[in-house]
Structure formats: C-alpha cells, structure tokens
Design a protein around this ligand. Structure first.
Ligand code: ZN
Ligand code: ZN
Length: 333
C-alpha cells in the first residue's frame, strides 16, 4: 500500500509510493558533470572579467579562501537578464479585466567565490559563512525599500535545477507583491495559530525532534531533517530552533551555525549522491509579516532526483518514491 501524508504547514497531501520506493543509494546520480577548471577566461563571473557583469552592488573584499590573490571574496551584481527591475516611478496595476503592472523589483546575483570550480559543498566553511552573511546583508538592504514586499533568496545547482552559468552563484529577487503561494502558506499558518495557539513550524520542529527518525543533524541554533511529508526524495529543511518569521533577524552567531548546517547538508548530498542538481530556497515571511508569531523562516533544499510529471502538475499532489525515514538514516550513517 502506498501512503498519503499531510504537510501540516501547507495542508498539502503527498503520496509516498512505498511499493515503487527506491533504496536511498539507488538515487546516486551518475554524474556526467564535466570537471570544471579553477578559472575560465570566458566566464563573466571569474576574476578579471568584472567588466562583463552589470555594475557591482556590493562586494566582500579581501583574500578569497583558497586563493592567494587579493581582490574580492564575494560580489553582488544586478542580474544581466533581470526578471524585474527597480523602476523609479510605477503606474501600479492597470486594466479592467486583463490586469498588468510594470515589472518592478530587484534581481541580483551573488557570485559566491572567485573559484569557478567550487560550490557550497566543497568551499571552506569560512567562505560559506561569508555567503550566508551576504544573504543577510542583501536581505537587510532590500527590506528597507518600501516598494518591496517579499525577498526570495535562492540557489539553483545544475542544469535540471535551472542554472545556465556554471560559476557558483545564488540569486535574490525582491518582489513588489506577495504571491498566491506564499499568501496561502501564511493563511494556513495563521489558521493553525488560531486553533492551537502556537506556530505550526515550531510544532513541526518539536514533533520531528521527538520522532528523531528523520533528523539529519542539529546544532545549538538549527535542525536539519527530511520532513514527514517530503515532496521529493531527499527534500531537506534546515529550521532555526528559535522562532522568527523573518530571515532578517538572524544574528552573527546564528549565521555561523546556519553556514555550518548548510555546508554539512550539501556536502552530504554531494558525497552520498554524487553531486545531484538541487534548488535551495530561503523561505521567509513577507517583510510586513516578519515579526509575526505564526510564521517561521527556514531553508528548503529540493534535490532534482525526480521530475514532476502530468499528475503532479494536474493535481498539485507530489509522488515521492523515497521514504524520508530511510533517506534520513542514509544521510546520518
Ligand atoms: Zn567562473
Ligand atoms: Zn515558530
């Protein structure tokens, strides 16, 4: 028998196809990823090609970990093919029936290291701490802009996760509105809070810690686990123990512990599954809801080990062919 499981936070059901379930090691990807050079003269993100990117917004200067060259450790630039741009004046929403609005927003690229061939899984911890610090700095800078309502920080790793450039980078998009999916998540969280008097994510964390079987690792500030109702094999959440709806309130000590958890989780996937493609998203509350009691920020990592097909697109129900209890144990071993 397969099993349906409910995600308490979103009220989404997922199907655990236990009969066709694969053993964790069967998800090992045959990595046909080319071996990247340390430096690629044609890459716009490699040192020396700074002029090929749009103007720099922010940089961490200094000696990059693992490099003797003085220069930058991390650069932030506007995305050359920005989905949204910060317009000076906006018209707002127009149209009676066919509504539209100008593409106001900000789309940035965080070039995570001068090294072309590294990724969070293989970078020194110090550099991962720097990346997390820059995530936080960009978040804090963009949340001050009153035109923006939600900031999404994400990372696409590998072609099936949507990367076009191989040089390690993350992206930040500041949105002028709160999308339906996020609004739905907030409404469900609010409903849970009304019914139970506490944050659904705090409860998920408490229950996952009590169950223990899906926990990958933990430190004084964060817990990483494969959620009970995982959408996809090896889906991982890194959740702060402390209740906070917005990512912006993270402190220095917590940034270090986040970097440590992030590196361990991604190095684990890299080592055990052969560098699979994945998406990483920092799920944080809209700026105006960042102090609320009912929402809780976390990091979601979705390895691209299966491709959503017609059924998923038609029903919104995901079929997961791996048991999170087994994949978590595999990652802990
Ligand atoms: Zn490069
Ligand atoms: Zn909470």
């Amino acid at each position: 028998m397969s099993e349906l499981r409910l995600n308490r936070a979103t009220k989404e059901w997922i199907i655990l196809a236990t009969e066709r379930a694969k053993r964790p090691h069967q998800f090992l990807v045959k990595s046909d990823r080319e071996k990247l050079p340390r430096y690629d003269p044609h890459c716009p993100f490699c040192p020396g090609n700074e002029k090929q990117t749009p103007p720099q917004i922010y940089a961490l200067k200094g000696n990059a970990a693992g490099s003797k060259k003085q220069g930058w450790r991390i650069r932030v630039v506007t995305n050359k093919y920005a989905a949204l741009r910060p317009e000076k004046r906006t018209r707002g929403i127009q149209g009676e029936f066919f509504k539209s609005a100008p593409g106001l927003g900000q789309h940035e690229v965080i070039i995570e290291t001068p090294r072309h061939d590294r990724t969070i899984a293989t970078l020194p911890l110090k550099q991962v701490e720097d990346i997390c610090t820059v995530y936080w700095r960009r978040y804090r800078a963009l949340e001050k802009d009153r035109r923006f309502k939600l900031i999404i920080i994400f990372r696409n790793h590998g072609a099936s996760a949507g990367t076009s450039l191989k040089h390690p980078h993350s992206q930040v998009i500041a949105l002028p509105l709160v999308p339906t999916d996020v609004r739905h998540l907030l409404e469900e969280a609010m409903r849970y809070y009304d019914d139970h008097g506490c944050c659904v994510f705090c409860d998920i964390l408490k229950q996952e810690l009590a169950a223990g079987s899906r926990i990958i690792l933990s430190n004084p500030a964060f817990v990483a686990f494969h959620p009970f109702a995982s959408r996809a094999p090896f889906e991982t959440w890194i959740m702060p123990r402390k209740h906070n709806a917005g990512f912006g309130d993270i402190n220095r000590g917590e940034i270090k512990l986040l970097a440590s958890a992030l590196k361990k989780v991604l190095a684990g996937l890299h080592g055990k599954l052969g560098d699979p493609d994945y998406n990483l998203i920092i799920r944080t509350a809209p700026i105006k809801d960042a102090q609320e009691d009912y929402y809780h920020w976390y990091v979601q990592i979705l390895p691209r080990l299966s491709i959503p097909a017609g059924f998923e697109l038609g029903s919104g129900i995901y079929i997961n062919t791996a048991l999170p209890e087994k994949t978590a144990r595999f990652m802990r071993e």
